[in-house]
Each structure stands twice: as C-alpha cells, then as structure tokens.
Design a protein around this ligand. Structure first.
Ligand SMILES: Nc1nc2c(c(=O)[nH]1)N[C@H]1C(S)=C(S)[C@@H](COP(=O)(O)OP(=O)(O)OC[C@H]3O[C@@H](n4cnc5c(=O)[nH]c(N)nc54)[C@H](O)[C@@H]3O)O[C@H]1N2
Ligand SMILES: Nc1nc2c(c(=O)[nH]1)N[C@H]1C(S)=C(S)[C@@H](COP(=O)(O)OP(=O)(O)OC[C@H]3O[C@@H](n4cnc5c(=O)[nH]c(N)nc54)[C@H](O)[C@@H]3O)O[C@H]1N2
Ligand SMILES: [Mo]
Length: 783
C-alpha cells in the first residue's frame, strides 16, 4: 500500500523531525524494511523481475518491449536516455540494461497530468506529496503558469508563455540577472540553440548538472592533457589488460559497462575495483544484455581485485601505487616508459621527488589501504601493457577531485598509457548527453576560441565575462541578484546541495521556467511567477515542417550519433526542446537576426551552423548519418597535447588530509539501484540487499558498536560545514555494511539537506557531495 500522498509533509521529506522515523522521497510503502547480504550475481533474474515490475506498473507490457528493441540500434533507433555508456559497436546483440529499460518505461507511462489535475490540487497541497507520487502522476500535457490568486497551475498558450519569458527577460536591468540551467539529457541541437539564445541575450550564466558531476574531471584533464574528455573508446576497453574502475557503482549506474568488464575478464584482463563499498560489479555478475535471453543464465566475473580506500582516500592510494612503481623502477628500468616521459611530458622530476618524499606510513594512513595492497596493485600495473583507469563521482565530488584525477593521469603517464590503443583515461559520464552539452557550448567559462567562432558564424557578440555555475546561481538567487531561473530539464530544487537554502533561493526569484516531461519538486518550489513547459521525450516522434527530425548526442567516449524518437507523443500540445528554445529566444530577442524559426523547421540547418562553429563537427550532417555516427577527433589520443607547453603534465599535488578527528565520520551521498538521480522508482536497493528503506546510513559495524547502535536503530545525523554551521536529519536508520571505519554512505537527494551550499571544492567549484563531515548519534540524544 502506498501512503496517501497528503499524509506526508513534503518539506520534511529527507530531513525528518526529531523523535520519529524519517520518510524518504520514494513511495514510502507501508511494508517492512530489511537488509540482507545480497551476494547474488548482478543483473540476471533479479534484473528481469525488477524490469517487469516497472513495466507492469506503467501498463506498458506491449509497447515497452517494442520500444526497447529499438533502443541503441544503428540505423534509426533512439539513444537510450539512461546513461552515457557507449553503445555496442558491433551491433550484434541488444546492448540494453535493466536500468535503461526502467528509464525509458518511466518516460512512456500512459498516465497524464492534465489541466483537471491541476484544477483539483493547489501547489501547497502538492508540495506535501512525496517526489515519487509527483512523478507518478504521469506526463505533462500542456504549458502551465502559476496563478498566485488560487495557488494553482493553470493552462497558458505557448505564445503567452513565450511572451512572459521574453518580456520578463527584456525587463531586467542586466542579462546577468537571469541564469539558464541545463540537465545533461538535452540534445546537441537544442543545446546549441540554448547557448546561442543565452549569449545573444548577453550572459554566460549557463550552469549545468556537470557543475555537480564531472567538472573536476574536465578541469584536471584540460590542465594535464589539453582535453576535457576521456581518451579511450570502447575498442580500447576491449584491448586493455588492466582496467581500474574507481568510485563507480557500475552495476546500477553504468550497467552496460558490465558487458565490457565481463568480456575483459574472459580474455584474462585484470579488473580492479577501487571503492570504499564493495559494490555488485566487483562480485560475480551476468552481463546485462543476456538477461532477456534467459537461456544464457550463467554468472560471469567482472572483477579480479577489490581495494577499499576510506572516502576521499583515492589520491593517497594512487600515490602509493606510483611510489611502489617508482621504487620498482630503481632495479627494473623497464617499469617506466622513459622514452614517453622524456618526449611527451613535463614535471616528472618534481613529481618523483614529491612521491619519494611522502612516507609509506602517511600514504597508508590517508588512504586507509595497507601498503601490501598498494604494492600488489602496483605489481599488476607494471605487468600490464595497456591500462585504462575509469572513474565517476566517488573521485570527483571531493574537495581534491581535480588533484585526484591528475594523480590518475600521473600514474598513467609513468608507463606511457596515453595515446596508445587499449590505454588511457576514461571518465564515466552521467547523463546521456552531458558530454555533448559541454561540447556544444554549455559552459559558464567558455574559451575565447569558441566564442570567436560563434560570434563570427552567428553574427552575434557574445559576452566575455564568465558566468555563474550551479552554486553561484543559488547564491545569486538568494541575494536577489538573479531574478529569472530557466531550467532545460532536470530537477534543480532537489539535485542541488543544501535543500533548504536552494528552496529559499528559488522562491526568491521573479520567474522560474521549467522545461520538463513530468511533474517534479522544482515545479513546486518556484518564483513569484512560474511556467511549466512540457516537452517531447527522446523516445517520441518529433515532426517539424521538413518532416521527422532526429537529434544527436555524444556518449562518454566522444561518439556522436543520431537518435530518432518513434512513439506518438503523449499529448498533441507538446513541443520539442528545440521549438521551445526558439520560441523563448524569439520572444526575448524580437529583432534577432538569428533565423530561429528556420532552424526549427529542419534540424539539419542547426547542424550546418554547428559544423561551422564546433571543432570536430565538420561535415556534421553527412558524418552523423553513418551507421554508428562518428567520433570527435581527440588530439590527446594521438599524443598531441594541447597544453601551453604542448606536453602532458605531471602534477605534484600536496597530499590532502582526509583523516577526521575522533567521533567524526566522512559521509558520501550516492544513488540506490532503483533511482535515476532525483527520480525514485522504489525504496529498494537490490544489490546492497535493502528493501523498503531510503532513510538509512550504511556504517562500519565497529563505528556502530562504538556509538551503541544496533542494526536499524534510529539515528540523527549532523553535518559540520566549513563556516561552522550545522545541518541535521532525524530518524534515519543505521545499517551495518562492508565499508572502512570512519566512512559512511547514504542516499541523495534526501541527504542533500546536509550538504552546505558554501562547501564546494576550491579546485573544481563542485559541491562536496561525497565529502560531508558528520556526527551520528542515537535518535533523540543530540544535545
Ligand atoms: N540507474 C542509474 N544510472 C545512472 C544514474 C542514476 O541515478 N541511476 N545517474 C547518472 C549520473 S548523472 C551519474 S553522474 C552517474 C553516477 O554514477 P556513480 O558515480 O556510480 O554514482 P553514485 O551512486 O553517486 O555512486 C558513487 C560510487 O562511488 C563510491 N564512492 C563514494 N565515495 C568514494 C570515494 O571516496 N572513493 C571511491 N573510490 N569511491 C567512492 C560509492 O561507493 C559508489 O559506488 O550515473 C549515471 N547513471
Ligand atoms: N547529494 C548529492 N547530490 C547530487 C549528486 C550526488 O551524487 N549527491 N549528483 C549530482 C549529479 S552527478 C547530477 S548529474 C545532478 C542531477 O541533476 P538533474 O539533472 O537536475 O536531475 P535529474 O534528477 O536527472 O532530472 C530529472 C528530471 O528531468 C526531467 N526530464 C526527464 N527527461 C527529460 C527530457 O527528455 N527533457 C526534459 N526537458 N526534461 C526531462 C524530468 O522532469 C525529471 O523530473 O544531481 C547532482 N546532485
Ligand atoms: Mo551526473
């Protein structure tokens, strides 16, 4: 049974109230919760059951499988909006996964949230519902505007909606009083129109989800290698003989990676998982595309070694490995690629000195990993001819995220593992097109090269001053400097840190505009005026004047391909994201020389302009129609390092101190298996064995015992921000888990309450979502 939505107090979700068990943002079914050690293989039958449940709930028994068969296929399929892992290049089998299917089915629901729904419910009432209940109402069907007199969303025509956006923006004292957020699923074409509109309007206030995700990777790789992107493609993964996977929950968040890892294991490659939690992908697994063909039910291994650093201990761990490699090289010069170091890099001597000067005892203390294990990993590294290091949020959402990514590069440079087949850096991106968004101009700190080309080709004069990122936008809204907030997708209110502060910031604006597919929290936490503009999803047919349109996306490995939606849209009143952007742009810039309407008639025209502006997009329309699309040229792959010196840089960062004083714990916030960022499908986290509970904290058993805590005991958690302020959540439950002492983990977005807005990395400006200092006490005992 699902609790009546209005039985829950929306603003308290995730935070809880002293003295009672907290409720999460999922369904909160009135069923017992449990946790068991789930060593069952990842994917396989459990995945099939879980998919069937989701498909059953959305009533899409027939349509869902049909759509899924078209997903990620060459020639006319649509790109899975689930994650940014590249598609199978060989096209022989269905390369799909449980979570991709859930994601697509979620978009395809038959339920609709129409004008009668909004006539029945005030916004204050909806604000009390769980986030699960909000999204569960189905797809939005027409544009809506907030009516303060009745506290309801009411229908508005597209023209009037565009005019409200346009007149409000034109009425601002400065274009910098508006900020324009992107969530990483926006297509390349829409992205290009978006940034063109915003820059023609006159600001670089283009925050995006990447500011909370891989900003550290982009900055560190640019500094080290002269590229913000990974250097590997999927063929490299198939050739590597050592793959190190750091800070990724692959079985849940990049499930198709398992296919590649299983293949690597079969051919005898080493696969090392570096994670404070022993995650499902590092145990036995079944490759995801095999679960539909149940005949092939068997377990395949996807890991050969687990290393469990403390949260934030990765830099020390990598440096320990480098230290062992350098020590080894004293007797075996072949352990290093000296020619490569000499010819292509700079800063080696300084780096070697820094590594030598760091004592093993310090490396062990900071990483939480025994010296023996670091040496073991170093031995595997020296023995391997081709090494790939991949990482995701466990590495980036840290104070020293950039330095850690640079240490990854350092280690690879030692053996020339860059610009070689089967080797390189491979950040695992999140949203399906987050990398394409950056490529196509979503950047609050754009480079002069890009702006100059944009200006020349599009005949505009882009602003040169840097804009606001996510945190800067929230600060600006709080201070009243940012008065208009536009979001192309996403769920900013919940995804951003410091929930209470972010809510206050959004409510302090004149106008919020949300372009969305489903009702979510960000529609209810709105400015004085507010618009909900419903758009087509990626699975749906997009017909414009010149006929059916496809859009392009770029995956984690720089492959760009076309995606065509095939389904009938859920309502005749939806517009494509490109059309919505063109409408808002024209209303904002009535005299603009940019041919907004002409662009939307035929997306080939947008691509023709993009081909002139964007590096690597020459002949875009033709190349993207090749069966598998095309790969954007990556100079670092050819050992062309576009750094100021033309060399790849070693970087001798100081070792950060991540060991906390007694009593304090380091909290990492992360996803469960059954959620997609702020979209929560159920309160289960299957691979971690959890049922019906999201308001939990995974703790080391000894840390629990030290606090007198038994399994599932109620606890209060308090975080300590750098500015001395504290934030608390109440009524969570302690769950014993295999993770190092001093490290604890729980779920976003509930725990965003604990992330202080001011606590972002000085290196990347990323909020410290995996680096939250907390204290845990039995519930009710807080002083
Ligand atoms: N099904 C599904 N797929 C998704 C998403 C989703 O929500 N659901 N989200 C998408 C997005 S936007 C992104 S960015 C990615 C996110 O993919 P992940 O990075 O896997 O996301 P998280 O769930 O935050 O998990 C972080 C992982 O890092 C580990 N970790 C935490 N702290 C540390 C640390 O200090 N060091 C190391 N080495 N590891 C650490 C955690 O134990 C966990 O395994 O997934 C994308 N794909
Ligand atoms: N504490 C903590 N916070 C985090 C993180 C963490 O690890 N810990 N991770 C961070 C990361 S990596 C990210 S990427 C952000 C995610 O931040 P966002 O990208 O802002 O959030 P999502 O939950 O992915 O957005 C979901 C919403 O997108 C809309 N949507 C879905 N499909 C479409 C579409 O096709 N078009 C449009 N226009 N809208 C659509 C739906 O309305 C849905 O409600 O969260 C960040 N926040
Ligand atoms: Mo992300």
């Amino acid at each position: 049974m699902t609790l009546e939505p209005d039985a829950l107090r929306g603003d308290e979700l995730g935070r809880g109230a002293p003295g009672e068990p907290a409720r999460g943002r999922g369904p909160n079914r009135d069923e017992p919760f449990s946790q068991k050690d789930d060593s069952a293989p990842a994917a396989g039958w459990g995945a099939a059951r879980s998919v069937l449940n989701v498909v059953a709930k959305s009533g899409e028994y027939v349509a869902a499988p049909r759509a899924i068969l078209r997903m990620n296929h060459e020639n006319g399929g649509f790109d899975c909006p689930g994650c940014a892992w590249p598609d199978d290049r060989h096209g022989l089998h269905l390369d799909i996964c449980e979570n991709g299917i859930k994601h697509v089915t979620w978009e395809m629901t038959r339920k609709r949230v129409d004008r009668s729904f909004f006539a029945r419910h005030t916004v204050s009432e909806l604000a009390e519902w769980t986030d699960f209940a909000l999204e569960d109402q189905g797809r939005l069907t027409e544009p809506l505007t907030y009516d303060p007199a009745t506290d309801r969303y009411v229908p508005i025509s597209w023209d009037d909606a565009f005019e409200l956006v346009g007149s409000t923006l034109r009425g601002l004292d400065s274009p910098h009083e508006a900020s324009f957020y992107t969530s990483g699923r926006l297509s390349n074409e829409a992205t290009f129109l978006y940034q063109l509109w915003v820059r023609e309007f006159g600001t670089n206030n283009l925050p995006d989800c990447s500011n909370m995700c891989h900003e550290a990777s982009g900055r560190a790789l640019t500094a080290a290698l002269g590229t913000g992107k990974g250097t590997c493609d999927i063929d490299d993964w198939d050739l590597a003989d050592l793959i190190v996977v750091m800070g990724v929950n692959a079985a849940s968040n990049a499930p198709r990676m398992l296919t590649t890892l299983a293949g690597a294991h079969r051919r005898g490659a080493q696969i090392v998982h570096v994670n404070p939690l022993v995650e499902a992908a590092s145990r036995r697994t079944i490759v995801p595309h095999e679960f539909l063909a149940m005949g092939t039910f068997h377990a395949t291994r996807t890991g050969t070694m687990n290393v469990q650093p403390r949260i934030g201990g990765d830099l020390a761990l990598l440096r320990g490995v480098a230290k062992a490699v350098l020590e080894h090289a004293e007797t075996d010069p072949g352990a290093l690629d000296e020619q490569f170091i000499e010819r292509y890099t700079e800063g080696f001597d300084r780096y070697r000195e820094a590594v030598r000067a760091t004592a093993w005892s310090e490396l062990v203390r900071q990483s939480g990993v025994p010296e023996r294990q670091m040496r073991d990993l170093a031995r595997r590294y020296v023995a391997a001819h081709r090494t790939i290091i991949a990482w995701c949020l466990g590495v980036t959402q840290q104070e020293h995220g950039c330095d850690t990514v640079r240490e990854i590069v350092n280690l690879l440079l030692l053996k020339g593992n860059l610009g070689r087949e089967g080797a390189g850096v491979s950040p695992v991106r999140g949203h399906s097109n987050v990398q394409g968004n950056r490529t196509c101009g979503i950047d609050h700190r754009p480079g002069e090269d890009f702006l100059a080309r944009l200006d020349e080709v599009c005949g505009i004069r882009s602003p040169r001053e840097h804009g606001l990122d996510t945190v800067g936008t929230i600060q600006g809204m709080l201070a009243g400097r940012v008065k208009v907030f536009v979001a192309l997708g996403g769920n900013f209110a919940l995804a951003a840190p410091d929930t209470a502060t972010t809510f206050a910031a959004l409510r302090n604006t004149e106008l919020t505009v949300q372009v969305s597919t489903k009702l979510n929290r960000s529609h209810l936490v709105h400015g004085k005026r507010a618009l909900i503009l419903p758009c087509l999803g990626r699975t749906e047919r997009d017909v414009q004047r010149a006929g059916e349109q496809g859009v392009t996306v770029e995956d984690s490995m720089s492959m760009v391909h076309l995606s065509y939606g095939k389904r009938t849209p859920p309502s005749p009143h939806l517009k494509s994201e490109c059309a919505i952007l063109a409408g808002m742009a024209r209303a904002t810039l009535p005299d603009s020389a940019t041919p907004w309407e002409y662009y939307v008639e035929d997306y080939d025209r947008i691509r023709d302009t993009m081909a002139k502006v964007l590096f690597g997009f020459e002949d875009f329309n033709r190349r993207v129609r090749r069966p598998l699309g095309f790969r954007i040229r990556q100079p670092a792959r050819e050992r062309v390092f576009q750094t100021p010196s033309g060399r790849a840089g070693f970087h001798a960062a100081p070792l950060p101190d991540v060991v906390l004083p007694p009593g304090r714990l380091m909290l990492s916030t992360m996803r469960s298996h059954d959620q997609w960022n702020t979209t929560i499908y159920s309160d289960n986290d299957r691979y971690r064995g959890v049922r019906n509970l999201r308001t939990l904290l995974f703790m080391n058993a000894e840390d629990m015992a030290e606090r007198g805590l038994g399994e599932f005991d109620l606890i209060d958690i308090t975080s300590f921000a750098r500015d001395g302020s504290t934030r608390s959540v109440y009524g969570y439950r302690a769950v014993a888990y295999d993770l190092p002492r001093g490290s604890v983990a729980g779920y976003m977005p509930e725990l965003n309450v604990l992330c202080a807005l001011g606590d972002y990395s000085s290196q990347s400006d990323q909020p410290l979502m995996k680096h939250v200092v907390v204290e845990v006490v039995p519930a009710g005992s807080a002083s």
